[in-house]
Design a protein around this ligand. Structure first.
Ligand code: CA
Length: 242
């Protein structure tokens, strides 16, 4: 069964979350501030972290950044809890590295639906092993992504070097889904269905946030700056490697 870490300073909410999660049979640990939470994350290597945005001393965004930069081999899913009335747009704009956002107050049912949707995705994309395009290599078994950079400035010209691109679990799944069908135009809701699972109930604009992060990461170190993901105005997104 999956291990879930809850980082939430409000004792009542932390305890409600814990009861919910444990009722489904997940292993659960609770931390009440960011520092303790990060220590627990390193010790437990959980599958999923439910992370409150407003924490004392170190806020949820800082905690999330440290989780993503930790170098721990198992990259957890992060569900960010946001307070009522906070603008989801503003938070998504920060490119936090969170995989989902759940506004408070939430219902236990909604919480569990979201958790199941995130955890289920680990099992996807297992039939095909590799996606290879002129400038990108995606290994679905190892869940790794490399940019293939063809040098034009150094001698000899034409040497291909590979640059590993570090993606979060969900970023990887969005890219793999798009790249698996080059040229196909996906609407936001089709991507949500395929990547997040049909019972996703959050904000569709989370897709835009992922595309933005992928473009940013895939653009690094590439002299030509291939974005790989084309916006199809009024419809959605398509993968292309020119
Ligand atoms: Ca809080």
């Amino acid at each position: 069964m999956a291990t879930i870490l809850i980082i939430e300073d409000e004792v009542n909410i932390a305890s409600l979350l814990q009861t919910c999660v444990e009722s489904e049979g997940y292993d659960c640990s609770v931390a009440h501030d960011g520092k303790t939470g990060l220590a627990a994350f390193r010790r437990l290597e959980p599958d999923l972290i439910i992370l409150d945005l407003m924490l004392p001393h170190m806020n949820g965004l800082e905690v999330c950044t440290q989780i993503r930069q930790s170098g721990v081999s198992k990259d957890p899913y992060v569900m960010l809890l946001t307070a009522k009335g906070e603008e989801i747009d503003r938070i998504i704009g920060f490119s936090t590295g969170a995989d989902d956002y759940l506004p408070k107050p939430f219902s236990p049912t909604e919480l569990l639906v979201r958790i199941r949707a995130l955890l289920r995705r680990t099992m996807r994309h297992q039939a095909i092993l590799k996606i290879e395009t002129p400038h990108l290599q995606i290994d679905l078994e190892r869940r790794s992504v490399c940019l293939k950079v063809i040098s034009s400035h150094t001698i000899p010209v034409g040497i291909v070097s590979r640059i590993a691109v570090h993606l979060t679990a969900l970023e990887f799944d969005v890219l793999a889904t798009l790249a698996n069908r080059p040229g196909r135009v996906w609407t936001r809701s089709q991507l949500l269905d395929d990547v997040w699972g049909g019972d996703f109930t959050g904000d569709e604009r989370i897709v835009d946030s992922y595309i933005k992060r992928l473009r940013h990461k895939l653009g690094q170190g590439n002299a030509e700056t291939y974005s790989f993901i084309r916006t199809v105005s009024g419809v959605g997104y398509a993968f292309e490697d020119p």
